[in-house]
Design a protein around this ligand. Sequence first.
Ligand code: FEO
Length: 167
Amino acid sequence: MLKPQIAKLLNEQVNAEFFASNIYLQLSAWCENAGLEGSAKFFREHSLEEREHMDKIFDYMAECSLPITIGAIDAPPTEYGNLMDVINAAYQHELKVTAMINNIAKTAFELQDYTTFNFIEWFIAEQHEEEVLFGKILSKAETLDFKGQTGQTLGIMDNFLRMLDQK
Ligand code: FEO
């Protein structure tokens, strides 16, 4: 039986991944509305990926016979000035998730819960990949000197997001 402290953190992470899925869905909706189809596709796919993260932790908790509580999920922000704001919002969110995952790893290690430590290692690698992914997007924006302005650069960024391999 896992310690209550770990159970609480895992339950919070289930809810956080659900929230993340909704954030990305909202970002996709914003892009659809702005006529940015490539970006909308990218964020829609990412929303589904977050849902898979939630399922993964849900399954682990179920395997460990831990109670799971789906709480009220906050509504994600809806207002963004431009595509660069959207990208920055996503990146900042990933940094928060990385901190939460690291905290689960740290707590599991301190409590000598090596089963959870082993389980959460997949998420540590995943967060690394997600930060690399957003790093590529930010670096592309910097190369193009894209700050959210309309015009040809916006089209290039939208297409870049459409073609990005998220797996
Ligand atoms: Fe589930 Fe993008 O972290």
